[in-house]
Write a protein that binds this ligand. Structure first.
Ligand code: KG4
Ligand code: ZN
Length: 332
């Protein structure tokens, strides 16, 4: 079954063709993040205009790369939320139009849960249930226990900033470009992660919730110190990254000890972070946990339509196009 996936929740315009939820036939992602950099973050109206400008060229490129036509698709999957309303509307209305004209089923997709399905886009190695899932993106830091497709229990969430937001906000304080995660990761390569001992919010709490707002305040306090040499920026970046990574790894592995899942899945933009990937692998190896760790390739961690199509294949709840609408605040 070939599913056409469409993703436009924020500043990435992405269209993909995925076979049976696991094989990517093509996955085109075009981002307006460089343009957003001028504004120091995502400027919703600019993001929406860029979505409208890019949608048809991205759609065309996706079909051309897979050497397929509209007739070859079996269904259409589209992100309906959460996200920016102007951006979401471009994808949702495109998907509805295609479903109407081509008379194909349409599956509404929750963007946050779809991130997890990047882990299914590996034809030879599929996650087993129950799966312990960490979704770390610009808007979410969620630790979930997934007993099956569509059967999810929330173990913990961030009480304030999301992990990606912590990267973005602290990068901005350091004068680094948006998106902050890759900027911090890059400059952190030349820094000492032990130079600053930033707070690890809620690391010892008895629950699985997260908090990153204290980190931002601590970084601001350092930056305000007079005569801070610019050579300190790599040390600040490395120490920020280490603090965020420490919290995410520690809490996830405590949950793994408690729930004894059959797989651990990472996903979302922050899962593209090489220190996070490395530390998870290292800590699992050093523990008595013998649980396979799944991390999508970095390009499938950030927003992409292949994950949207994969989600739709495994959660095939199609609806009449008339009932599909953008839901900016969609929850679980
Ligand atoms: O999943 P995503 O592409 O979009 C949302 O659904 O939010 O995640 C974007 C977030 C941004 O906050 C960005 O700074 C962060 O993921 N990010 C990273 C890296 N790449 C993207 N954070 C840390 N290291 C990275 N390499
Ligand atoms: Zn996302």
């Amino acid at each position: 079954m070939i599913i056409l996936g469409i993703e436009t929740s924020c500043d990435e315009t992405s269209v993909a063709l995925v076979d049976n939820g696991i094989t990517i036939l093509s996955n085109v992602v075009s981002s307006s993040s460089e343009l957003q950099n001028k504004y120091g973050g995502v400027f919703p109206e600019v993001a929406a205009r860029e979505q409208a400008r890019l949608m048809i060229p991205v759609l065309e490129e996706t079909f051309s790369k897979a050497s397929l036509t509209f007739e070859n698709i079996d269904a259409i999957a589209v992100t309906v939320g959460p996200g920016l309303i102007g951006s979401l509307l471009v994808g949702v209305e495109t998907a509805k139009t295609l479903a109407f004209v081509l008379d194909k089923p349409i599956i509404p997709v929750n963007h946050v849960l779809a991130h997890l399905y990047a882990n299914w886009l590996k034809p030879h190695l599929q996650p087993k249930f129950p799966a312990l899932c960490l979704i770390v993106s610009g808007g979410h830091t969620d630790l979930l226990l997934m007993e099956n497709h569509g059967k999810i229990k929330i173990l913990g969430q961030t009480l304030d900033d999301a992990a990606g937001e912590a990267f973005d906000k602290t990068a901005r304080l350091l004068g680094l470009p948006y998106p902050g995660g890759p900027s911090i990761e890059n400059i952190a390569k030349n820094g000492n992660p032990k130079a600053f001992n930033f707070p690890r919010g809620m690391i010892g709490s008895k629950d699985y919730n997260f908090s990153f707002s204290g980190l931002k305040t601590a970084v601001l306090r350092e930056i305000k110190k007079i005569n801070l040499p610019s050579s300190t920026i790599p040390n600040l970046a490395a120490s920020i990254q280490e603090a965020i990574v420490d919290i995410l790894v520690k809490k996830t592995l405590i949950a793994a000890e408690e729930f004894k899942p059959k797989s651990i899945l990472l996903s979302g933009g922050v899962a593209a972070n090489s220190r996070l990937r490395e530390k998870f692998q290292l800590e699992i190896r050093n523990s008595s946990l013998e649980i396979p760790l799944f991390i999508p390739s970095p390009s499938l961690c950030t927003d992409n339509a292949a994950a949207i199509a994969a989600y739709a294949y495994f959660n095939y709840h199609h609806q009449p196009w008339k009932r599909i609408e953008a839901q900016p605040s969609l929850g679980y």
